[in-house]
Write a protein that binds this ligand. Structure first.
Ligand SMILES: *[C@@H]1O[C@H](CO)[C@@H](O)[C@H](O)[C@H]1NC(C)=O
Ligand SMILES: *[C@@H]1O[C@H](CO)[C@@H](O)[C@H](O)[C@H]1NC(C)=O
Ligand SMILES: *[C@@H]1O[C@H](CO)[C@@H](O)[C@H](O)[C@H]1NC(C)=O
Ligand SMILES: *[C@@H]1O[C@H](CO)[C@@H](O)[C@H](O)[C@H]1NC(C)=O
Ligand SMILES: *[C@@H]1O[C@H](CO)[C@@H](O)[C@H](O)[C@H]1NC(C)=O
Ligand SMILES: *[C@@H]1O[C@H](CO)[C@@H](O)[C@H](O)[C@H]1NC(C)=O
Ligand SMILES: *[C@@H]1O[C@H](CO)[C@@H](O)[C@H](O)[C@H]1NC(C)=O
Ligand SMILES: *[C@@H]1O[C@H](CO)[C@@H](O)[C@H](O)[C@H]1NC(C)=O
Ligand SMILES: *[C@@H]1O[C@H](CO)[C@@H](O)[C@H](O)[C@H]1NC(C)=O
Ligand SMILES: *[C@@H]1O[C@H](CO)[C@@H](O)[C@H](O)[C@H]1NC(C)=O
Ligand SMILES: *[C@@H]1O[C@H](CO)[C@@H](O)[C@H](O)[C@H]1NC(C)=O
Length: 833
């Protein structure tokens, strides 16, 4: 029963128009040169190989090259597109690029990014993502990056396919490389205010940028965003059916409060300070400090019940919730905790209301030195991320499943790179990379209000603590040969050594979670599960590029990728847990890619056509181990990927442009038998009479345990077809101009859940957006109306089995899902001085 998960709902008009104050940035104006709109002075592109006027410069090979010439499939989103689309975070950047799906799921792993249908599950802290994000050359593979507003950005490059050689490991599927804006060579003040009507969202942004001395410049960018919320929390006060007076629990726990915040939203403050200069001849310096703080009503409110539900309402441990629904829409249900229970939990609030708080601090310092034909670059990065939340997570008013979670990650990295510029037939790039990291996690978990322990005054089932430390050492070298001017052969390899140490213990626990006295094999502390991970990898890569004319580039490449193994921090610790349940090995990718890039019709039509064939092996997945009747993190199976992509940009005149892209990606599993989705057998079923639910089978002839073979099926969130198309018209009149844009996006169907539960199938869908903008001809100010998701489709980005939702005999377990925001209509005012 493949339910149509997305419904078309029309919100009754968009009649509420509000006034937005002009940004208060109108200060002094020293140089009001009529600079072209979004082009901010960048001086690193002086020696670009074969770049023609109006060409796009990319750093896909860690050097400045023309997009047209680089033998890598890159989708570029420039600043102009970012501003006209209000693409203020990674998910929106993902929407601008077919085959890129970004989902921000706040709990656990923090988010998942897919390129060409390859992603890592978001439900494990400790899994690296298959796509890494490099901000100003410093990489992170922490899924939480998907949550952070990306702002004041110069350019985004999406590099598709493994990029191990130059970007290091942890990018078996690709790299999103973000370059933030640098100081300008004259004083510039910009401001932007945006109000979105459906979600009641206000966004303000300001930047101040300019020279300080002849050789130093600075730029400060800040953003404040307040979203009231497009979701409505339907939880209402109810008597607590799980309350057991016999346990001695206080009477306050007998009443559930409902939701204190019916429109859960979030608040965000971001700031970035950039300093850039040339302290001496041939020496460049760039430092970026970034601070982000985001608070919201916890991760529970970001997901909702999507069914299938017996009787139209979800159940928690078999008890129906009259306030909730089971439809993909703009409603969610998460009850606050009774104050009497909240106050006994670590991190609980006095009134039982949920929260989520994210704090990020990063520092990047880049030093460049040019001596003769060699450039030496050093990039140092430091990172601190803390995410703390307290929330019910079962998507019902009952909030029986509730957590406090405190995750802290700290990383330091140093890269040194030598790049030659001999101009002749031979060039090289070589370097080294070191990284050290620390991941700390404290989790207090309540599973049922009936579990009151009067002696400890706790309702929690367990509280755990885990710590993972790691260090990475890596070296790489690439040779580039140009035997004749039209031919280039590049080859190289990266060596990586990875070490990790892991420790987990329960600070409190009942039943099998009381592990204080458990002696875990191989561990030297009673009550602690310990593990150590060691791996080496060599990832080679070779590319042949032929540039018969300035307008055509043809290339073929062999590429490999590697994603480190480690430990899953999320699985609970029980007396029977073994280190083999938490550890997992490295994931690998290898394959071929070929492409043609060309400029036709005097450069008015630009196209890129690519074909690729990769194999991803030892995928990092959560699987069911029938021998031990437990879920474990494992390496299983392979994905065989075959596909092709075509991207077109046509600019018949300066007033009119069209673009389109279409991608076919055939990803299929082999050798992968994993877990079945949740299912409750009819009462009284025996193995002899049992019938497995669709696509699942029994592990053997004696047990009622289910498994599922995924062979021949596409992974979750991997549609076969995706594409987009649109255009922009710009009409000058008097001293003004009017610009109108329209776009359509298509995605084929996919399963949103790793377990491929039938109700998580998202049918193919279209999305539309459009905008209109009136601006002064030199862009000193502009007013825009921006519309997104105009057909108001709610669609599934991610789904999973809902804990406590497998309670109706003979029925498939209920699912929870992250649903894409529906229609957005916004008014934006922007100024630049
Ligand atoms: C949204 O609209 C802009 C133009 O306003 C377009 O460039 C972009 O591709 C659109 N995004 C989607 C997903 O359609
Ligand atoms: C790659 O993954 C390893 C181990 O999972 C992690 O420690 C490291 O930070 C990642 N490397 C990069 C460059 O992101
Ligand atoms: C949710 O959608 C309904 C119509 O489908 C609309 O009436 C309601 O205002 C929406 N709620 C929010 C919070 O946007
Ligand atoms: C975020 O924090 C501010 C100040 O601490 C508080 O006033 C606001 O209510 C918080 N917002 C949410 C959604 O929790
Ligand atoms: C700077 O570089 C140029 C060209 O590479 C060279 O001629 C000059 O001597 C260098 N200056 C210093 C101080 O190294
Ligand atoms: C730290 O993480 C942030 C956000 O998650 C990211 O922007 C940055 O690149 C990371 N830095 C390092 C050194 O890993
Ligand atoms: C905390 O524990 C719960 C219960 O097992 C688990 O589902 C959740 O993923 C854990 N969170 C983290 C970040 O470890
Ligand atoms: C069948 O599976 C169950 C549980 O997974 C296991 O305990 C039992 O040993 C298995 N029986 C056989 C014959 O393999
Ligand atoms: C079972 O798997 C096949 C693909 O192998 C799929 O087409 C079908 O829809 C699945 N059935 C259900 C009920 O999910
Ligand atoms: C549609 O809604 C989703 C959910 O927020 C959002 O990620 C996406 O940006 C929207 N699509 C467009 C084209 O605006
Ligand atoms: C503009 O960007 C903000 C920041 O993420 C987003 O929340 C808002 O919904 C966007 N507005 C539109 C109309 O897309």
């Amino acid at each position: 029963m493949t339910r149509k998960a997305s419904r078309t709902i029309w919100i009754g008009g968009t009649s509420v128009w509000a006034l937005v104050a002009v940004p208060a940035a109108a200060q002094e104006t020293t140089t009001a040169t009529a600079n072209p709109p979004a082009v901010i002075a960048q001086d690193q592109t002086d020696t670009v190989d074969g770049a023609t006027a109006g060409d796009i410069v990319v750093t896909a090979r860690r050097r400045s090259e023309s997009l047209q010439n680089v033998p890598v499939i890159v989708s570029v989103v420039d600043q102009r597109a970012l501003v006209t689309n209000n693409a203020s975070d990674l998910s929106k950047i993902g929407e601008l690029t077919p085959t890129v799906i970004v989902g921000a799921y706040k709990s656990n792993g923090g988010g998942s990014i897919a390129i060409r249908g390859i992603s890592s599950p978001a439900n494990q802290a400790g899994f690296e993502q298959a796509v890494s994000v490099a901000i100003d050359g410093v990489q992170t593979s922490d899924g939480r990056i998907a949550q952070l507003g990306v702002f004041d950005v110069q350019q985004v490059e999406v590099l598709k396919g493994p990029q191990a050689l130059l970007f290091g490991k942890n990018n078996t599927a690709g790299v999103i490389s973000i370059t933030t804006a640098d100081p300008t060579d004259h004083l510039e003040v910009t401001g932007r205010a945006l109000y979105e009507f459906v979600g009641d969202e206000l966004l303000t942004e300001a930047t101040v940028s300019g020279p300080i001395t002849d050789s130093f410049g600075a730029r400060l960018a800040v953003r404040y965003r307040n979203l009231d919320g497009w979701l409505r929390n339907t939880a209402q006060p109810l008597a607590n059916p799980f309350y057991r007076a016999a346990t001695g629990a206080p009477a306050g726990a007998a009443q559930l409060p409902g939701a204190s915040d019916p429109r859960p939203g979030d608040q965000e403050v971001l700031a970035r300070l950039t300093l850039k200069g040339e302290p001496a001849d041939n020496v460049t310096f760039r430092a970026k400090s970034f601070y982000a703080h985001n608070n919201d009503s916890g991760p529970g409110t970001a997901t909702q019940n999507i069914g299938p539900c017996t009787g139209g309402v979800p159940r928690m441990y078999g008890i129906a919730d009259p306030n909730a629904d089971c439809v993909v829409d703009n409603r969610t249900t998460i009850g606050d905790l009774p104050a009497a229970i909240s106050q006994t939990m670590r991190g609980g609030t006095a009134d039982g209301s949920p929260y989520g708080r994210l704090t990020v601090l990063t520092q990047m310092v880049e030093l460049g030195w040019k001596t003769g034909n060699i450039a030496i670059d050093s990039t140092t990065g430091y990172n601190y991320t803390q995410y703390k939340f307290f929330s019910g997570l079962d998507q019902t008013t009952y909030s029986q499943l509730a957590f406090f979670n405190d995750q802290r990650a700290e990383q330091f990295s140093q890269e040194l790179r030598f790049t030659s510029d001999f101009g002749g037939i031979f060039n090289f790039m070589a370097g080294g990379f070191y990284q050290t990291s620390r991941l700390h996690d404290n989790n207090d978990t309540k599973l049922n209000d009936g579990n009151y322990n009067a002696a400890a005054n706790r309702y929690s089932t367990y509280e755990d603590f885990s710590l993972q430390t790691g260090n990475t050492l890596s070296g790489f070298a690439q040779l580039i040969l140009k035997p004749v001017p039209t031919l280039e052969i590049a080859g190289g390899a990266r060596y990586t050594r990875e070490r990790k140490n892991f420790m987990k213990k329960n600070l409190y626990g009942i039943g099998t979670f009381a592990t204080q006295n458990t002696v875990y094999p191989g561990s030297n502390h009673i009550g602690e599960l310990q593990g150590r991970f060691d791996d080496d990898n060599v990832s080679p890569e070779a590319t042949i590029t032929w540039r018969p004319t300035n307008e055509v580039t043809v290339f073929g490449a062999y590429r490999t990728g590697f994603k480190s193994g480690g430990f899953g921090l999320t699985s609970p610790l029980q007396t029977g847990t073994r280190i083999g349940d938490a550890d997992f090995g490295s994931e690998r990718a290898k394959g071929f890619e070929a492409g043609v890039k060309g400029l036709l019709m005097n450069g008015r039509l630009r196209f890129t056509l690519a074909g690729f064939a990769y194999t991803f092996s030892d995928l990092q997945v959560n699987t069911y181990d029938p021998a031990r009747v437990a879920y474990t993190i494992n390496n299983a199976g392979r994905v065989r990927q075959r596909g092709s992509e075509l991207e077109l940009n046509y600019e018949p005149s300066q007033y009119f442009r069209l673009h389109g892209a279409i991608a076919y990606t055939h990803n299929r599993f082999s050798d992968f038998v994993g877990q079945c989705y949740g299912y409750a057998f009819p009462t009284g079923t025996t193995r002899a009479t049992a019938v497995p639910p669709p696509n699942c089978s029994f592990v053997n002839a004696t047990a009622l345990t289910l498994q599922q073979s995924f062979n021949g099926r596409a992974p979750a969130r991997s549609p076969d077809w995706a594409g987009n198309g649109g255009g922009e018209i710009s009409i000058p009149f008097g001293g003004y101009k009017l610009a109108i844009t329209g776009d359509a996006f298509y995605s084929g169907g996919y399963y949103a859940a790793e377990t491929m539960a039938p109700s998580t199938y998202q049918n193919a869908f279209w999305r539309f957006n459009a905008s209109a903008r009136v601006a002064e001809i030199d862009d000193r100010w502009s007013v825009s109306v921006i519309g997104r998701n105009l057909s108001n489709r709610y669609y599934l980005l991610y789904a999973a089995d809902r804990t406590g939702g497998t309670s109706v005999p003979g029925a498939i377990g209920e699912q929870r899902g992250v649903v894409a925001r529906g229609r957005e209509i916004a008014l934006q005012l922007a100024g630049k001085f």
